[in-house]
Design a protein around this ligand. Structure first.
Ligand code: S3P
Length: 443
């Protein structure tokens, strides 16, 4: 385990190219695998989560290479053309990799065994199994629908109409990926809209996806037995990773930084909206589109933040950003209330409990509810001076390192290794802006 310590820092400045979007990177590799022809991907996130997905796609028969200039090439097998992997598929820490790949395998008449690290093996998979079973897929899983599990794709998959019981882009995407191989229309109804990268990239590869609003929510309708054609993908910087330097710059007086080409998909930008409500100065420049996704350069200046109440309905658009928002709230003036957080309990760790425990260890007063968190802001630097257990959770690790930069005393995380899943080079990137991060030098 490599520990890392963040020391109280002064103003940050400069430009930081944040690594590629994790959600879109997984999808680009998977769609490239199902498409006919060669898909070129630029800006692919080269973090462990995505590298595990690349390894799984190779095991399913895709040919995937990386050019010296960092461009990735995927030679796909065509829908229905995947081969049975001759070993277990290990998705490491990644719920997105494992869950979306279950949808992919569902459409092939093959068996595949899925596993992951200790964090992924405790996360719920029944939410994926239920709809795919309705489509004809068979699973054998551990008690409680946990990994390792075996997926058996049927000879003939059936289309479904499925209403999501939890707001989850992963469940929606697994059903859509399976639906590509099913005859007729596969429909997902989501009561709360979740990130729509799958819908966008499916269209980019030539699939017919219609989206409409019904009384019961948003209907996403995919026409099955689709022919997918390889298409180039330019992946934007990940807004969820940009959130860490962005919040650090907001909190350290005198800071001014630029983050180029950040994904601005409106179903991902709940954090930016919330920070603006708190008084943050965030400017978007050069707004443009890349592979069907909106992108802009973000310019951030430090400023004082005021507490807000974040409503439950905003949760899907900022689900991965609550840990870093909680750090911003700890430095703001007043009490910030976060609601509708039940899903945080089944992420890479129980993030609600981890944030409450970690903030308290840093001298911040909090109240943890079943699905809510109230944070009493310090109106400046919190005391800090704690060591936080990351519990295999990259976002908990990075959030508390930002806390250490903005606190009165240093904050350490016991194991910074998981940061490599989503933000390789985090220490060097933050150091380049002037942040004081020191450790064993492994991230
Ligand atoms: C993701 C969806 C979200 C998010 C995860 C990535 C995706 O998970 O937390 O980091 O790429 O579809 P849920 O579907 O569980 O909400």
């Amino acid at each position: 385990m490599a520990s890392l310590t963040a020391h109280p820092s002064e103003a940050l400045s400069g430009t930081l190219q944040v690594p590629g979007d994790k959600s879109i990177s997984h999808r680009a590799l998977m769609l490239g695998t199902l498409a006919v022809g060669r898909t070129s991907i630029s800006g692919l996130l080269e973090g462990e989560d995505v590298l595990n997905t690349a390894a799984a796609m190779r095991a399913l028969g895709a040919e995937i290479t990386r050019d010296v200039d960092g461009l990735w090439q995927v030679w796909g097998r065509g829908v229905g053309g995947l081969r049975e992997p001759d070993d277990v598929l290990d998705f490491g820490n990644s719920g997105t990799g494992a869950r979306l790949a279950m949808g992919l395998v569902a459409g092939q008449a093959i068996n595949a065994v899925f596993t992951g690290d200790a964090s992924l093996r405790r996360r719920p998979m029944a939410r994926i199994m239920r709809p795919l079973e309705q489509m004809g897929v068979r699973f054998v899983a551990r008690e409680g629908g946990r990994l390792p599990l075996t997926v058996s794709g049927p000879q003939a998959l059936m289309p479904v109409t499925y209403r999501l019981p939890v707001a989850s882009a992963q469940v929606k995407s697994a059903i859509l990926l399976a639906g590509i191989a099913a005859p007729g229309k596969t429909t997902v109804v989501e009561p709360e809209p979740t990130r729509d990268h799958s819908e966008r990239i499916l269209r980019h590869f030539g699939a017919a996806v219609e989206v409409g609003d019904g009384e019961d929510g948003r209907h996403v309708i995919l026409t099955g037995e689709a022919e997918l054609t390889a298409a180039p993908v330019n992946i934007p910087a990940d807004p969820s990773s940009a959130a860490f330097p962005l919040v650090a710059a907001l909190l350290l007086p005198g800071s001014e930084i630029t983050l180029p080409a950040v994904g601005m998909n409106p179903l991902r930008t709940g954090l930016f909206r919330t920070l603006r409500e708190m008084g943050a100065e965030l400017e978007e420049e050069n707004a443009r589109r890349e592979a069907g996704e909106p992108v802009a350069d973000l310019r951030v200046r430090a400023g004082r933040l005021q507490a807000v109440t974040v409503p439950a309905e905003r949760a899907p658009s900022m689900i991965d950003e609550y840990p870093i928002l909680a750090v911003a709230a700890a430095c703001a003036e007043g009490t910030t209330r976060l609601e509708g957080l039940a899903e945080l309990r089944v992420k890479e760790s129980d993030r609600l409990a981890a944030m409450a425990r970690g903030l308290q260890a840093c001298g911040v007063e909090v109240e943890e509810g079943r699905d809510s968190l109230a944070i009493h802001g310090c109106g400046g630097r919190p005391p800090g001076g704690a060591t936080i257990e990351a519990d295999l959770d990259h976002r908990i690790a990075m959030s508390f390192l930002v806390m250490g930069l903005c606190a009165e005393r240093a904050v350490s995380v016991d194991d910074a290794g998981p940061i490599n899943t989503s933000f390789p080079g985090f220490t060097e990137a933050m150091g380049g802006l002037g942040a004081g991060l020191r450790g064993d030098g492994t991230t």
